[in-house]
Design a protein around this ligand. Structure first.
Ligand code: SF4
Ligand code: SF4
Length: 485
């Protein structure tokens, strides 16, 4: 009996040390100095504990009466700890309903014209649309005019790294241009059946729901999507009116947006941790654009693939959105929307970009998930603490336009973007969910997904190992060594 208990405890201590070692090694590769040092100290402690226990066992300490009782208590303590932190605690019923779980009042569709980008990028001073818009929204005219003078929502590109930003800005603009090439209607919404019309058949390709879903997801992943989910489209997440104009199609401005498709295929593109780690400097902005381009590349082909099978499909990417992506992604079971306003996935946290294809091809829906984000965010607040423009609330969620959520101050956030000339991403970088997808982080995420006490524990651990205000990684380092992937 003593031997069995001692071996179980020893196995537990060795397993703990192995996880500690994996954390230490992964911290070295993640270039996290503080986590490496503290992880090394932690690992030494774990090894010392395992060896100390083995020494006591080999010297017969547990064969005496008090020794046996201590051994039993140690076993109970360890087993109790494992059960306490691994058991599944109360689920979040709101999250399990997807984004509609947070609709608590009269909610309406969002007008794309009200988006800071539409106002500052599309509206041209002197145009009739400009006059019409600011007649209805005089409160924004001065603010937008000043911002326009400084270069729009993102200001002078790369100014934070000036005078060494040019190479990164060149890459950023090159990647951004790909989405623009794909922003014509025949690209993002190809005519169904074009490829097969003359050559093979006029019929639609018929498939069962599951086969269609498997093929669609497989194709998207083959194109480079990191995660793919499917949901029926809740009309609440469709923009009400067109506000972004990229091809002089001014006749579309202000038109009601109709999406006749029933389904959304949501693609997640993982952003590189090292690049995001430089936030708010230019490499993180370059990484954003690379992944917007990837989203455009994936969804344009996916829409073409569906159209070639005889169905209607529209790509929603960086230069054409009919829908609001984070709530649809939550509905598609890809994660939950966090305090910072982004989708938080279990695997990559908010370190992702999203793109969507809407379609009339019937597919099997994914179910929304509860990964513990709301509860974790209530305790954490790291993004709010680190946000340079104080745009993320420290308080509880509030109700706005019938939606319960953490209300980001989009104006001050974009103001800061304009000042530094990048899309900042500090909140994305410091979020504990954004750590590299390594084995120790996967274990931690499994625990915090299941258990409310684990959320409290690992919140504290994140502050200890990574600091309350993590510092950005050197952007020069990326530029110099090209340590991209
Ligand atoms: S992007 Fe930057 S400024 Fe905007 S909310 Fe996040 S941390 Fe704040
Ligand atoms: S940093 Fe913390 S509070 Fe902010 S989104 Fe991430 S988990 Fe939530």
């Amino acid at each position: 009996m003593v031997t069995t208990l001692a071996m179980i405890i020893l196995a537990g201590l060795i397993l703990q040390a192995l996880i500690g070692m994996a954390f230490f090694i992964s911290s070295i590769f993640e270039r996290e100095k503080r986590a490496t040092i503290l992880g090394g100290i932690q690992l030494s402690g774990m090894i010392f504990l395992a060896l100390g226990f083995l020494y006591l066992y080999l010297n017969g300490l547990f064969n005496s009466g008090p020794g046996g009782i201590s051994l039993f208590l140690l076993f109970c303590l360890g087993l109790g700890g494992v059960i306490f932190f691994f058991r599944s605690t109360r689920p979040n019923e709101k999250a399990l309903k997807g984004a509609k779980g947070y609709v608590v009042g009269e909610a309406g569709r969002f007008d794309e014209r009200d988006h800071v980008f539409a106002r500052n990028r599309s509206l041209l001073p002197g145009s009739e649309q400009y006059a019409a818009y600011y007649r209805d929204h005089p409160e924004w005219e001065d603010m937008d005019a000043k911002r326009r003078e400084k270069g729009g929502p993102t200001g002078r590109p790369g100014s934070i790294d000036s005078p060494n930003a040019d190479a990164n800005v060149a890459g950023t603009l090159a990647s951004a241009s790909l989405s623009h090439y794909l922003s014509e209607p025949d690209k993002y919404s190809p005519e169904p059946h074009i490829a097969l019309r003359e050559k093979v058949t006029r019929k639609k390709v018929e498939m069962g729901l599951d086969e269609a879903t498997t093929r669609i997801k497989g194709y998207a992943k083959a194109l480079g999507a990191s995660l793919v989910g499917v949901t029926k489209i809740n009309p609440l997440w469709v923009y009400s009116h067109r506000g972004e104009i990229f091809n002089n199609n001014w006749e579309d401005w202000g038109k009601t947006i109709h999406v006749h498709h029933g389904y959304a295929i949501v693609c997640v593109e993982e952003m590189n941790k090292n690049m995001v780690g430089s936030a708010p400097h230019t490499p993180t902005c370059l990484e954003s654009m690379i992944n917007y381009a990837k989203g455009s590349y994936i969804t344009t082909q996916l829409a073409g693939y569906i159209a070639n099978m005889g169905y209607s499909a529209t790509a929603n990417h960086f230069r054409h959105y009919d829908t609001i992506l984070p709530p649809l992604a939550a509905d598609a079971g890809l994660g939950e929307v966090g305090r910072l306003g982004y989708l938080i996935t279990k695997k990559y946290g908010p370190r992702v970009r999203l793109s969507i294809v809407t379609t009339d091809l019937e597919l099997t829906e994914d179910k929304p998930v509860d990964i513990g984000v709301e509860d974790f965010c209530k305790i954490c607040k790291k993004c709010a603490v680190c946000c340079p423009s104080k745009s993320i609330p420290h308080e509880e969620m509030t109700v706005e336009r019938g939606l319960l959520r953490w209300k980001l101050d989009a104006q001050s956030c974009f103001e800061y973007w304009g000042k530094i000339g990048t899309d900042c991403n500090v909140c994305m970088n410091v979020c504990p969910w954004s750590h590299a997808d390594t084995i120790p982080h996967q274990i931690i995420k499994t625990l915090i997904t299941r258990n409310q006490y684990a959320r409290k524990l690992f919140n504290l651990m994140d502050d200890i190992f990574y600091g309350k205000k993590p510092k950005p990684k050197s952007p020069e380092k990326w530029a110099q060594f090209g340590t991209w992937k």
